[in-house]
Ligand binder design. Structure first.
Ligand SMILES: Cc1ncc(COP(=O)(O)O)c(C=O)c1O
Length: 477
């Protein structure tokens, strides 16, 4: 989010935070946008901030996000105890670095990295950073393979128009031409034939998404790999696949173990996943993995020695917190394969149940698939006197955050709602949600006009959207 500095005129109209507790502790107002001249009591300041944060949505009712909103108290306690550790200080905190190594090993193993190829990986802040790193590695690999011809050429990357905004960012920030496979009114993931038609000698890679942000569907990665194998045989073009398994990386291995999408396919050279989505860790952790160490050009690895020792790093950030890494390790040990399988199985069955209940209302068509992410994506079956945006707003009146958005280009006349099933959305909470959906439909049928979404306060900043086409609610991840 970009924040704009409030103009002085705005600051003067609304200069201070309401001094609710001033009779007790505050002798003067606390300015909202300027650094206060004096210090204040920690208790009062914490209370003021807490009061403001109460206006945020309730994280448990936020069904828009894939990102974890609940962890076990033992994990929270470990996180709290490691908040002060900077992960980059590997020399000072060698055991934390060791835990990250073990996480990379476990996740590489989960994704079937072969023993003999020296798979390599790194912790990141999320899938976006992981994707930027993987994209950079693909670009440098392409540059090396193309040799002198790369000088005058523009590299491109092929992906579905349903990619998450981070791919568009990668393309723009790192000057790679994005080539989008369009959707159709009945297909919401990439078509292999169309992807192949966009590939040429300047393609740094093709992206396959394991769990589209829009509908939760898995893209046909095995089919894509076979098509690219054939292309190599016929035209001698060796194009790697990167799998964006931001959400599916911790779902498919447990719910669809027979689905071949990962390093079992030699064509798949790198994979990202978000530890903070179905890895079940609070926000701030992702993973990037490469099938072979050689896929990471030396020029992208920095060796840092001024903290003591010699530590190779491949990251966009330098300093970062350790807590999420420790929490990921906790989850991997605590749950094991059996635990993740139990959680993911339960989420899938909740998603299937919600889908069938929504279908039973006779008002909705379900677009999500059962053999994919545990999300429920649905549209209105026929025209109503209200829209999915009205239903989203009506549900917000009860506290539920269920985003409404339009699908990617060429399918963008289709407006949908999406419920992401996470831990915490158990059967009893889901029953309440469904009964609130039915009640909202009744109110809307009767002509109720829901309150518009809340606008952030003046001077609080503006967000300039740079994406050309629609994304689930911009800000929904
Ligand atoms: C398919 C996909 N890729 C990438 C991202 C970005 O992930 P992160 O929020 O971990 O940066 C998301 C977020 O929802 C996603 O759904």
């Amino acid at each position: 989010m970009l924040s704009r500095k409030a103009a002085r005129s705005e600051q003067e109209i609304d200069p201070s935070l309401a001094p609710v507790y001033s009779a007790r502790d505050l002798s003067e107002e606390i300015p909202r946008y300027r650094l206060p001249e004096r210090s204040s009591s920690p208790r009062v300041v914490a209370q003021l901030i807490e009061d403001e944060l109460n206006l945020d949505g309730n994280a448990s009712l936020n069904l828009a996000s894939f990102v974890t909103t609940w962890m076990e108290p033992e994990a929270e306690s470990l996180m709290a105890r490691t908040l002060s550790k900077n992960f980059v200080d590997a020399e000072e905190y060698p055991q934390t670095a060791e835990l990250a190594d073990r996480c990379v090993n476990m996740i590489a193993d989960l994704f079937h990295a072969p023993d003999e190829t020296g798979a390599t990986g790194t912790a990141t802040v999320g899938s976006s950073e992981a994707i930027h790193l993987a994209g950079l590695a693909m670009k440098w690999r392409w540059k090396k393979l193309r040799g002198a011809a790369a000088g005058s050429a523009t590299p491109n990357i092929v992906m579905g128009a349903n990619v998450q905004v981070c791919w568009e960012k990668f393309a723009r920030y790192f000057e790679v031409e994005p080539r989008y496979v369009p959707m159709t009114p009945t297909r919401y993931v990439l078509s292999v034939d169309e992807a192949l038609s966009l590939v040429d000698e300047n393609t740094i890679g093709v992206v396959g998404i394991l769990g589209s942000t829009y509908t939760g569907e898995y893209e046909p990665i095995q089919e894509l790999a076979s098509a690219l194998d054939q292309l190599q045989d016929e035209r001698d073009l060796d194009i790697p696949i990167h799998v964006d398994a931001a959400s599916g990386g911790f779902v498919a291995p447990f719910n669809s173990p027979e689905l071949t999408w990962d390093f079992r396919l030699p064509r798949v050279k790198s994979i990202n996943t978000s530890g903070h989505k179905y890895g079940l860790v609070y926000p701030g952790i992702g993973w990037s993995l490469w099938r072979e160490a050689e896929l990471l050009p030396d020029e992208l690895i920095f060796h840092v020695n001024y903290l003591g020792g010699d530590h190779p790093t491949f990251n966009l950030n330098f300093s970062r917190g350790s807590s999420q890494i420790v929490a990921q390790y906790y989850n991997l040990l605590r749950l094991g394969r059996q635990g993740y399988a139990k959680v993911m199985g339960a989420l899938a069955s909740t998603a299937t149940w919600i889908s069938s209940e929504l279908q039973a209302t006779g008002r909705f068509t379900i677009l999500s698939k059962t053999d994919a992410l545990p999300v429920v994506c649905f549209r209105l079956t026929s025209e109503e006197s209200w829209t999915v945006f009205d239903l989203s707003a009506a549900l917000r009146e009860r506290g539920w955050i269920v985003p409404a958005y339009t699908l990617a280009p060429n399918a963008s006349e289709i407006a949908v709602l999406r419920i992401v099933v996470r831990e915490g959305l158990g059967r009893d909470v889901a029953e309440t949600l469904l009964s609130d959906i039915r009640a909202a439909i009744e109110r809307l049928d009767a002509g109720h006009v829901p309150a518009p979404p809340v606008k952030r306060g003046k001077g609080a900043g503006s967000t300039r959207h740079v994406r050309r086409h629609h994304n689930p609610g911009h800000g929904v991840c």
